[in-house]
Structure formats: C-alpha cells, structure tokens
Design a binder for this molecule. Sequence first.
Ligand SMILES: Nc1ncnc2c1ncn2[C@@H]1O[C@H](COP(=O)(O)OP(=O)(O)OP(=O)(O)O)[C@@H](O)[C@H]1O
Ligand SMILES: [Mg+2]
Length: 247
Amino acid sequence: MTPMLTVENLSASYGVVRALNDISLEVNEGEMVALLGVNGAGKSTTLKSITGVLRPVKGSIKFLGQEIANGKPEATVKRGLSLVPEGREIFGTLTVEENLRLGAFVSYQRDRYKADLKEMFELFPILEERFTQPGGLLSGGEQQMLAIARALMAHPKLLMLDEPSLGLSPAMTDQIFELIKGLRDRGSTILLVEQNAERALGIVDRAYLLASGEVQYSGTAEEIRRQVDIASVYFGGDDAAPCEVTQ
Ligand SMILES: Nc1ncnc2c1ncn2[C@@H]1O[C@H](COP(=O)(O)OP(=O)(O)OP(=O)(O)O)[C@@H](O)[C@H]1O
Ligand SMILES: [Mg+2]
C-alpha cells in the first residue's frame, strides 16, 4: 500500500533554532496516527511543515505521491489536507454559519453545501442550535467542534488535528475524543497531535513519539505502550526513558 502521506528525513528551523531533526513518518489511507511528545517536542512544527506554513531546511514531504515540501500553504486545502490548528483559530466575530461557509469555499457547490451542513449538524448538534451566533460566544469545546466541522466542510483526504483537547474539561475532552473516534470509523484519515498520550493511544492505530525534534519511538499503540513508560515521559524527570526496548 502506498502511504497517503510520507515525510522523509525532514528538518526544520526557526532561524538558528533547529526544531525538527531528520524526522520520518507515514500515514496510510484510513489510518489514524498520533504524533505525541511533550511541550516543544516539535509536533506543531511538523504540521506547519506539512501544510507549507514553514519551509523545511531539508527533507521530503509527499502527499498522494506528489512532493509538497516547498508548496504554497494556499494550495494545501485544495490538495485535500486540512489542519485544525492549535488554539482552534475560529473567527470569533463571524457567525457559526459564516465559519462553516469559509470551510466550504474550496469546494463550494450549493447542493453539496446543504448536504454537508446537514451532516455537520448530525455530528455536532450544538452548531445547528448556535448557527446564527458569533463563534466567539461558543464555549472552548464548542469552538473546537466548530473548528473541526469547518475543516470537514472542505472534504479533506487527510485531517490533521493539533491538540484538540487542549484546555477542555475532562467531560468535553471525552466528547471530543468520541467524535474523533467516530470520524475515523467513518473512514477519515487522521493525523492527531496530542499531549494526552494515554487518551490518544486509546483511539489511534499507530503513533510516533517525538522528543527534542526527533522521532524517539514509533509503532502501534500497543508497541508504544510496551516500549515507553508513558507516565515517566510526561510526568517523570530524568528517567523519562524507555522501560524496556523490545525491538
Ligand atoms: N515561531 C517560533 N520561533 C522560534 N522558535 C519556535 C517557534 N515556534 C516553535 N519554536 C520552537 O521550536 C520547538 C518546537 O516547537 P513546537 O511548537 O513544534 O512544539 P510542540 O511539540 O507543538 O509543543 P506544544 O505541545 O507546546 O504545542 C520548540 O523548541 C519551540 O520553542
Ligand atoms: Mg504545538
């Protein structure tokens, strides 16, 4: 099977600060893959490089067989890549409807737009209730739903989510994770960035663990759990190391 997304030996910098060092990863069609790691590990930088917001220093990024490493960010959504960025970034002064319409603009067709809206209302009933209200009046979790719905309106082939549970209550986090699981069950291909490793490993097929801009571990959720003491990575100090490396 040819992977949908192939990142090979990617390095990226902010000025003199090297944020990614030679990372490689793949996402196959229909898969849900997590990118895990502590603050500053390079997760968002990886997504920024894939979407063309940040130009890599070196390496290759192939999407559906096409090299996109030096592509323009404007072309990203048209190619079929949608990112729900960290902090959601919905338009607070625009209504829920206007936010959704913006998501649909790349593929706008009246009939399809109506059908897509109906589908979004099924997935996220709150958006129908709040349809004419400014997005900024929604709660954090509701804004996250709006951001995900807006991305889905573009019919992405690959949906990338940057820390969708950040700042949400445990109950809202549960709801968002259920939703993401539902999207995957409907056949969406998803690259999920999360700090909440335990939760993410519960729903993904495979994961990559980034540390200081490098891929430290990769494997199925089961393999990652076996190789890495997740608790020590996230809460531990010096011994944030593997408990047992089996391969
Ligand atoms: N705009 C920027 N200018 C300079 N350095 C940056 C910039 N953005 C990120 N960095 C640095 O690059 C490294 C990787 O950052 P990145 O945002 O990718 O981490 P992250 O894994 O997404 O972390 P978090 O979980 O906190 O979002 C960090 O050392 C960070 O300080
Ligand atoms: Mg980040």
